[in-house]
Each structure stands twice: as structure tokens, then as C-alpha cells.
Design a protein around this ligand. Sequence first.
Ligand SMILES: [Zn+2]
Length: 485
Amino acid sequence: MSIKLTQNVANATENTLNSYQYAIFVLPENEDRNLPFSQTLFTKLSRVKKKYKDLEKSPLTVDLPHGGLASFIILNENLTPFQRHTLLRKAIKQIIEEHPENIALCVYGSETARSMNACAAYYVLTANAAQLTNRKKDHAKSHLKIIDLFGYQAEHDFSFVNARVAGNTLCRQLTTTPPNDLTPSSYREKVSTLAKQHGWQHEEFDMQKLKEIGAGAFVAVGQGSDPQDAAIVHLTYQPALAKKHIAIIGKGICFDTGGHNLKPAKYMLGMHEDMNGSAVALGILLAASEMQLPVKIDCWLAIAQNHISPTAYKQNDVVTALNGMTIEIVHTDAEGRMVLADTLTLASRQKPDYMIDFATLTGSMITALGDRISGVISNRPALACKAIGAGNMAGERVVAFPYEEDFDSDLESDVADIKQCTLEGGGDHIHAARFLGKFIEHDIPWLHTDLSSANRKGGLGAIEADTNGFGVGFGIEMLKSLIED
Ligand SMILES: [Zn+2]
């Protein structure tokens, strides 16, 4: 459902704002006691023993005399996008929890500040107002319908922000869908519907076809499910003018039990979100096509479940991947790199200019970084540097890990060309990337994104919900920067 935005270059008067139940004020850095509801704000500030400048550190939400609710915040010009988003998320939290239908957004300060803050606040508001699927009986039904912006009029209609929100929302909607509602079969149907709606070319490699072409790494994981409904789904967005050709790839494990190396209950809970990488890829594809970015995108989704069953793969199995390499299975819970290996081969055979994959891949990336930042690894150092910049621009932070050849010695196998992983530790997130790199043909420049920050309790950056859609904003910035490369 779309939100109507009105833009007014003039500031709102207190009289105008008295007709709103909800308002957000992004205040100027210098105190101005003539702004609407100043008296109410300063009374509250003195009651909680805070100064005007403290609004730079944490926002204040205040009840207004007419019964409305308003949040006040100052956003310093030197904030990073991540810091700006985080402060705005805190500012709107209480307001969004009441499911408002309309909100007044008032921005002040310099032209640059108003432009930057109007954009960021509009993104944070609309992204957090998006309704996700919820089957609770008393789930709040009201939707945000109108945002009236005061104090700034852009030359654009914020449609690029709407596109990012649509991508983030799609990603979070899919990721939070319960696993009995999002099986590989139903996921594939949803993707097929999306492809029709958005005019993407659509192609599927089902288990039958994957067995025929010899994609033994993917099949090893898919064979443990009944029905065998796993598939690699390939979507293409082809604009009339394409300056670059980029492949985006996502891990789509609809539920990960760990397989024969079964996860304990505490670690299996939440494993319906192991398809998040594919949802990020879809979110980027949706946003890029709504923005009409001049780039051909091949989107590859590795959709499967990792089950325990008599037909499931097991430790010490040796399988042959699509590129002909034999893999010794070491741990059945390292299924992500198995489904991605063949998917990366397929993607690279189209010879795109770049490849970017997204996966909730390793526990060791979470050990290394926690859940605030995600890690990237690339076969081109310059691409990893570009990724850090793109993450900063998007307010979705990434840091780079090494892709050094000597890590390969840990994956040497006595019975196959390569080991799937090692049980000896030593940086599984790097081993995973070294493993995946072997399946890319034509030495395509490639960026691997291990989504350690896909879910953070209490929210992250712009997003208040635990499942935050991290990667969609980053991916869009990555595309934009690679298009101009
Ligand atoms: Zn796993």
C-alpha cells in the first residue's frame, strides 16, 4: 500500500499542527524558542533535566497540549547515515507503535540539512510503517496513509526511497514468513508471481534438471527433502539501456535443521530465516527495477531445505559439482556453500561484469563481528573497498575480510578435489569464501556478503524489527556505484 506524501517548503505553524495527532520535528542545531510547541518541549526538557543540545544524543517524545504526540530530535550534519537512521528510528519508535494514519514531518536548519533529514526521516518512517504478515488475532490493522512534510520541498517525489522501502519490505516479509507457509514449492510460486508482476524473465532449474546437468553440490542438499521441491530460480531484469551486467545470488534455505549434523533446539529456532540471502537478492531486484537502474541484473536464488532423512547427504559423502570438482562432505550443516557453489557456477557462465552473493552463511562471521555489521570478502580488493563505501552510504555497514590463498591448505582432501569445510576452526567465514570462489568460472569479479547482521534483537540502523532486511540498501548502493565504474 502506498503512502501519500505532500511537500511544503514553508514551515508548519502550531495552528496547522494542532490538527495532527502525530508530528516529528528534526530541529535546527541552534536553539530557537519560536518553533511550534517550543514551550511544551522546553518544559519537558527541564523536567527530565536535559538541555536542548542533548536532543543530538537522544530524541524526546512529548505529549502535546491538544492530545497529540511529537518527537523532537537534532541531527548533526556530521552523522554517518547509520547514525542518522538509528537516531531517527529511536525518535519515531513510540509514534509508529501507535500505528498512525498520518504524520507531520517538520524539518529545519540549512538547505543541506533539511534535504538530508527529510530523505532519511521519510525512509525510516515508511520502512518501519510497512506491515509485515502476522497471524495474531489482534494484530493492529491501521496503516500509515499520509506524510505531510513541512520545511522542505525536493525537486523529486522520493520515489527512489519508495523503491528501497519496497525492496526492504519484500525482503522482511519473505524472511519472517513461517516455514510451513514458505516451503521451496510455495516460495517458487511467489517468485513466479513477482516475475510476472514486474516483467522479469523467469527460469527454473528444478531437481530433475539439476541432476541432468550434474549440479551435484546443490542436489546433495535438495535430495534430503520430500517432496524434492528444491530449485535454482533465475530471474532477469533487462532495461532498454544497460550500462553494466551484474549477477546477484542469494542463499534460500527455507528451513535449516542442520541435516544429519542436527542443530540443537536453541540454534534451530529461527532457521526459517536461513533463506534471508535470497530475499535480500529479490529485494534488490525489486528496488532496482522500480528505480529503473540502467543495469541488466541476473538474479539467482538457491532455494532448498536442509533436512534429516534416509536420503539426506551425510558426512564423508563425495559429490561432484556442476563445474566437475569433487567435494568431500564434512558437515551437513554447511549446506549453504553447497547450494551456492553450483548457483555461482551457473551465474558465472553468463559472464556478467560482476557477481554479488548474499547469504546467512557462517556462525564464525557472527563470532567475528557480532550482529551489528556484516562481512564481505572479494576476489578483487578494490571491490571490497567499494563495498565498504556502499555500506556506509546506505547505513548498512560492512567490513572486509581477507581472501588469501593460503587458507586453501585447510580444505585439502585425501579423497576429493576439495573439502566442504573443516572441523578444526580457523576462520570458517574465510574458508567458506575460499570454497565458493572455486566454483566461479571466467574469473568474474565477485563480492561475497555473509549476512551476520540480518537479525538483531531490538533493531538495527533504520529498522526497528529484529529481522531488518539488511543488504537491500547496501546492494542498491553497490549497483549504483558499479554502474558508473
Ligand atoms: Zn546450515
